[in-house]
Design a binder for this molecule. Structure first.
Ligand code: AMP
Ligand code: MG
Length: 434
């Protein structure tokens, strides 16, 4: 880990992302549990999934028709003697059901190819008479069946450990007979909202108060990323209480704070983390929204105190690693959501045992021009519309980083490079989907 640069200043978006990825590459995932296959949807494999047999396990017909020898159809139309039939689930015993010169066996999709045959001719190109079939089209050897083992060989690794299971992964596990699979325990991610004005969502807010939406949006994002959110009490803008809640949060696998990281008089998060001897990897990124984002870790001393709190609390935990990472996300709700996706997500993915994913932007044509200022990489809420190959994107008209009503109507962010102050309609732009 010592090879990773510690900048502790304001860095570009790309530097910030690299720093997170480098630290994420060094974290270890949690314990392993074994669950029923469908309960593993969205979870991360703690074991590799291996082919238990060849796939396909037999030469499998991909069409309904006749198993033939391609050489017999050099000249068409050709008359072939029909010597048998195989449907899916039948096993054509060689000698009992095989294809000799001038012969054909009726075959259905999914059935094993009989010995002697080297192609399947589609039923559409044939006409059946008494005991023979007339074939009007020729076929090449190998046509319309998949050879035994062509998709995978017995013993071959089909899904890596560290892979998050989606429906395709579930299909693989199912096809090799894994009714139960080993997965990693979800990382516990503490979510700590700060601010004197922030109240619980059940409360009736006073005139100058707002409800704590960030703890909920973050909890939802944590779950989406494969973590388990632990929502802590709201921290007031007061050192002592903030510090004890941060210590509580450090008892989880990762701590996400929101609010209190700007330059205001009551933005105490960095100060309190400093008191806990935190190491800061960056304390801002050249992005908008989200510029004040902070990324760092707390070492052994702070963790020992956190462990003390956890032991006194409800849950005992596995032995602690030597440090715990935290993100101080800006309090503005849109900034919180964007910075989570850009920086916190890869750390949660890594803690959940996933191979860290690269961030990929998509491209679409801009529907109406963008004017902005240079200097920051911008992630601006936008609406991707159109249909099929004709996607087009347009900025949502928003009131800034606090505007969750507009954000909820948007479905992506347009990524504006820091050197562009104008992008014309019709230009291709990068998108971050959400
Ligand atoms: P801060 O980053 O603490 O300066 O907060 C920036 C803005 O985000 C302020 O308008 C806060 O009221 C708002 N804010 C901070 N925390 C939350 C929260 N948990 N839920 C909703 N809005 C918040
Ligand atoms: Mg605040």
């Amino acid at each position: 880990m010592s090879s990773i640069a510690s900048t502790a200043g304001i860095v570009s978006f790309e530097q910030a992302r690299r720093l997170v990825e480098q630290h994420a590459a060094g974290v270890r995932s949690g314990e392993v549990e074994t669950v029923d296959l469908l309960a593993a949807l969205g979870r991360v494999l703690a074991e590799g999934i291996v082919a238990d047999r060849d796939f396909p396990p037999f030469a499998r017909a991909t069409r309904d028709g006749y198993a033939v020898r391609a050489a017999d159809l050099a000249e068409v139309p050709a008359q072939l003697e029909v010597v048998g039939a195989v449907k899916a689930g039948d096993w054509p015993e060689p000698g009992v059901c095989s294809v000799g010169r001038g012969q054909a066996v009726e075959i259905m999709t999914g059935a094993p190819l009989p010995a002697g045959a080297d192609a399947v001719v589609m039923v559409e190109h044939t006409s059946l008479a008494e005991h023979s079939v007339e074939v009007r089209r020729n076929v090449s050897r190998g046509e319309n069946f998949v050879p035994c083992g062509a998709e995978a060989r017995a013993g071959q690794l089909l899904l890596d450990r560290g892979r998050r299971l989606d429906h395709a992964g579930i299909a693989i596990a199912a096809t090799v007979g894994k009714s139960r699979v080993q997965i990693f325990r979800k990382p516990r991610v503490a979510v700590l909202s700060t601010g004197d004005e922030v109240v619980e969502i059940e409360a009736t807010p006073g005139a100058a108060q707002i409800r704590n939406s960030n703890s909920y949006s973050l909890a939802a994002q944590v779950q989406n990323a494969g973590g388990e959110a632990v929502r802590l009490a709201i921290a007031p803008d007061e050192r002592g209480r903030l510090r004890s809640l941060i210590e509580e949060g450090l008892g989880c696998d990762l701590l996400l704070l929101t609010g209190g990281v700007s330059m205001g008089k009551y933005d105490l998060v960095e100060q309190v983390l400093g008191e806990l001897q935190a190491e800061f990897y960056f304390t801002g990124a050249e992005i908008q929204p989200g510029r004040p984002i902070v990324f760092g870790s707390c070492g052994a001393d702070a963790l020992a105190r956190a462990e003390g709190q956890a032991a006194a609390g409800t849950r005992a935990r596995a032995p602690a690693p030597h440090k715990r990472y935290f993100f101080g996300l800006p309090g503005n709700p849109v900034s919180t959501m964007v910075t989570f996706e850009l920086f916190a997500r890869p750390m949660i993915e890594a803690l959940s045992g996933q191979t860290p994913q690269r961030l990929i932007f998509l491209r679409a044509r801009l529907k109406s021009e963008i004017r902005t200022k240079t200097g920051l990489k911008r992630f601006l809420p936008a609406v991707l519309s159109g249909e099929f190959e004709n996607a087009e994107v347009e900025l949502a008209r928003w009131q800034g980083s606090g505007d969750i009503a507009t954000l909820a109507r948007a479905n992506c962010y347009v990524v504006v490079p820091p050197d562009r102050e104008r992008i014309d309609s019709g230009e291709w732009v990068s998108l971050l989907m959400r």
